[in-house]
Ligand binder design. Structure first.
Ligand code: AVW
Length: 256
């Protein structure tokens, strides 16, 4: 089955320092479109304009997620039912996994997620400039330029969810369903039973240690989703996922 998605992680991961954010943005945007023909209706210049208006000339600690609405509405992105992969505290293993195979799609495999992954940016009051250094960190202020982007992009990704959705959570930490995570505060709240049939949690564990699917935080997750939405959870040893990463020919369905 062709998803019309080519994982483009390898194309560019360099971060700009003195080089302009615009060039990095347009280059990554065009590289993505080259490799994902299903997104060829997008215009990178138009997307850049919609993106930069969210934060240029604004206090970098006062950019609400709604500032990125024009960006989200400018991007043309096909929903990919049954293949959407959400994650929390599992960034590395999830992307090592999706990089090797086309059966799952994360936010970072979509156009805006791919472009902004690894980048830092912000504006300044009374300035037309775009900065890539000296920007507020993730927890320095609630409405910071970068965090609001990821909140808004995550909301759009979750709004597009349909069919069977998967979430890879970390079974090596005390609270795999962290109440302050983007997954808990934004994504789960947007799964609608009218479109989403089921939520399958893959709890990545270190060899029979750590949390299990009975964990209280996962019970909270189950309570949080609409009752019509089916829920299941499976603890999967990290080594099993690592095996699947090393053997990309293994069918995705055999990985957990
Ligand atoms: P995460 P989420 N300081 O692994 O559920 C700096 O907690 O929130 O998973 N950077 C941070 C901080 C922090 N305190 N907290 C989070 N981040 C950044 C989008 C950092 O880059 C996808 F669709 C970390 O790797 C997933 O389903 C990233 O946020 C979901 O949202 C994820 O934090 C993952 O977000």
């Amino acid at each position: 089955i062709s998803l019309g998605v080519v994982h483009s992680h390898a194309l560019s991961s360099s971060s700009p320092s003195s080089e302009s954010l615009k060039k990095t943005f347009i280059d990554k945007c065009e590289a993505f479109i080259q490799n994902n023909k299903s997104s060829s209706a997008n215009n990178c210049q138009k997307i850049w304009s919609a993106f930069q208006q969210a934060f240029v000339g604004r206090d970098p600690c006062n950019v609400p997620m709604e500032a990125y609405d024009p960006l989200i509405h400018t991007v043309i992105q096909d929903p990919v039912c049954n293949r959407m992969l959400f994650w929390s505290k599992t960034k590395k293993i999830v992307h090592d996994f999706t990089e090797k195979r086309d059966c799952f799609l994360t936010l970072e495999d979509t156009l805006v997620g791919f472009i902004m992954n690894g980048l830092t940016w912000c504006g300044k009051e009374e300035s037309n400039e775009t900065f890539t250094t000296g920007c507020p960190g993730w927890t320095d202020c609630v409405n910071n330029t970068v965090r609001s982007f990821w909140n808004r992009a995550s909301a759009a990704f979750a709004d597009a969810a349909c069919g069977d959705v998967t979430a890879m959570l970390n079974g090596s930490i005390a609270t795999p369903f962290s109440p302050t995570s983007i997954f808990a505060t934004i994504e789960v709240k947007r799964f609608k039973a009218a479109k989403v049939k089921s939520l399958s949690v893959v709890l990545v564990t270190k060899e029979n240690k750590g949390t299990t699917c009975d964990d209280p935080s996962l019970q909270d997750l189950q309570k949080e989703i609409e009752p019509k939405l089916k829920y299941n959870c499976k603890a999967v040893p990290e080594s099993k996922i690592q095996d699947c990463i090393s053997h990309p020919d293994t069918a995705c369905g055999a990985c957990w």
